[in-house]
Design a protein around this ligand. Sequence first.
Ligand code: MG
Length: 313
Amino acid sequence: MTAPRTEPEDGLPTSVTVYEVGPRDGLQAETDVVPTDVKAELCRRLYVAGVRDLELTSFVPPTWIPQLTDAAEVAASVRIPDGARGVALVPNLRGLERARDAGIGEIAVVVSATEAFAHANLNTTKEGAVERAEDVVAEASGMPVRGYVSMAFGDPWEGEVDIDAVAATAARLYAAGCGTIALGDTIGVATPGLTARVVRETIAAGVPVEAVALHLHDTYGQALANVHAALRLGVSEFDAAVGGLGRCPYAKGATGNLATEALVWMLDGLGIETGIDVGAMAATTTWLSRMRGVRAPSNIATALAAAASKEES
Ligand code: MG
């Protein structure tokens, strides 16, 4: 089988934005450093597979994340097709300046729902991260900005997070001018009821559903169930990484982001438009696995590769 049978379900969005984070969030969490030309070729293949919303890289200080020191080179070597987006994450004003110099026209900022993650990953407090993000949005003066709220469903140090605080933080980013707020299940601990509750409370705090996106990890195999719960609330933007790239640094051996081909397979089955060719996406996973010499945690890529080799023999 190379495609799911389509059977739409009443009450779901008819089209969904799949926001591809493999080259940035995926590769930054992998242990190997992928060469710049392979990253550029990955981005090219993702656009060819139909991705229109791509996070290319992150302009973090080079000492923070060795996997992404070539942000400017990647930005320079990727041609963004007409009608497509090429976004870069910027952690601070210096990152914004570097992104602008590299010709980036759209950025993402990140804050934390918890103090522990803010300290460990953003080198600041929770409040400090929000203020820094607000400064970046103000300085970006009209450039589209996406805002991430990390650890929005659970935190490895603090455990349960305060949902009111998540919703309030999301609403602050929205009020500051972020056009999309991506609620991040950074460690993959959300289940469908919790997902729905966090989404509902975020909407109640003042973020319209059209501006809500979900960034899900598949650590415990719950990501697609969580997508489905959010679809039923009208959420129509989901992050995913080709091949499920991006380990969870806090759960050794665990899988990473929701795999893009898994997300697209389910949406295809529901008759929801994404513009992405699931076969081309799985083939991109297989290609990248070969280039890196690492097997991807992707059911769909494995199944489609097996079907293809059966046909050949
Ligand atoms: Mg992630």
